[in-house]
Design a binder for this molecule. Structure first.
Ligand SMILES: C[S@@+](CC[C@H](N)C(=O)[O-])C[C@H]1O[C@@H](n2cnc3c(N)ncnc32)[C@H](O)[C@@H]1O
Length: 331
């Protein structure tokens, strides 16, 4: 038995527990629309009448204590200045998706301490897979999401120069297609084909493409990206590599190469830029999540080498405002 003072560890764990509960508080406030009702000053009585919720005063007190709401006079509350920006351009949707993803990841992380583990991304429930898929992308129905994608593309000249023209774009592992549906809105001459193994996600993405008015420029296919064929070549392919287990990567890259026209570009986001980043808590947890799916944790340099080994040339890591993307050309 150690005789070290337990206080520092218990204080740290207390802080983590509090943060987890406050994340749940904010997740509930966002998902229910409760927080959006507080964009302008509102009383607890008005909130109770609007929502029918039984514990509004206590919810408001907890949200004030978390710095999310601020008291605005007699029994009235509004979103605090620190959190007011959430309701700019739909950033609240991005925040909610991130927090809903965390709720699933918490269970996945904990499950790794049992022999059974949680199974792969394709073995979790549809709802959990959708939450994970939503948490790694943008909401294409928001200016915030489209803005993030526009900034990402502008930081990658090889891709930027293509999407402004009538390029054919292939998404290898489209998930909910947040990025692709944003690009189709931003670049009206772009056309695309999106492939994913997960039929539930493809159905959601297809429905959203209709709602966003871009369904005439995108075709969705359920299937293995390594098996996907098309009569026409593509100018650009996007490979969500950190969702691809080792056993699928070589075949998928060979097919990406075959689907691209000579001179076409492949883009793949790097989960980590370099190995040192794994010392950071978020990068270490990202690495845990994907390695539990047999996905190799590639640095940007590792991804460059993998794409070169698949025959691509001019492989370069482009660091943008959101992430680092490796691009490479089919000679
Ligand atoms: C979650 S998406 C990435 C985010 C997406 N780019 C977006 O903007 O929404 C990655 C997807 O790759 C898919 N995937 C992984 N391996 C695949 C394969 N061999 N064939 C097709 N899809 C695959 C997964 O099912 C997963 O849904």
């Amino acid at each position: 038995m150690s005789d070290a003072d337990p206080t520092p560890a218990l204080t740290a764990i207390g802080g983590l527990g509090l943060a987890a509960e406050q994340a749940a508080l904010i997740r509930g406030a966002l998902a229910s629309g409760f927080l959006a009702r507080c964009r302008t000053s509102v009383t607890a009585a008005e909130l109770t009448a609007q929502t029918g919720l039984p514990h509004v005063p206590a919810l408001c007190t907890a949200l004030v204590a978390a710095g999310v709401l601020t008291a605005a006079g007699d029994d009235a509350y509004r979103v605090s200045d620190d959190y007011a920006g959430l309701f700019t351009a739909g950033a609240d949707s991005f925040a909610l998706r991130a927090l809903q993803g965390v709720a699933v990841r918490e269970r996945l992380v904990e499950s790794h301490f049992s022999a059974a583990g949680s199974g792969s991304y394709w073995e979790v429930t549809d709802a959990d897979r959708a939450a994970l898929a939503a948490s790694v992308t943008v909401d294409p129905a928001t200016d915030f999401g489209r803005g993030a994608m526009a900034a990402t593309i502008e930081a990658i000249p090889e891709v930027r120069d293509l999407v402004h023209g009538d390029a054919r774009y292939l998404e290898l592992g489209c998930g909910l297609s947040g990025a692709l549906l944003s690009l189709l809105q931003l670049y009206p001459k772009l056309t695309a084909v999106a492939v994913d193994l997960a039929a539930d996600l493809v159905a959601r993405a297809r429905a959203q493409s209709e709602a966003l008015g871009v369904s005439d420029r995108v075709r969705f296919e359920v299937g293995d990206a390594a098996e996907f064929t098309d009569d026409e070549p593509f100018d650009l392919a996007f490979w969500s590599q950190f969702f691809y287990p080792a056993r699928w990567r070589e075949r998928t890259l060979a097919n990406a190469y075959a689907r691209l026209r000579p001179g076409g570009w492949l883009a793949a986001p790097a989960l980590i830029v370099d190995g040192d980043q794994l010392a950071a808590p978020d990068a270490a947890l990202n690495a845990l999540m994907v390695s539990a799916w047999d996905v190799p944790v590639r640095t940007a340099a590792g991804l460059v080498a993998e794409l070169e080994a698949a025959g691509f040339v001019d492989a370069t890591a482009r660091t943008g405002p959101v992430n680092t993307t490796v691009v490479a050309r089919r000679p």
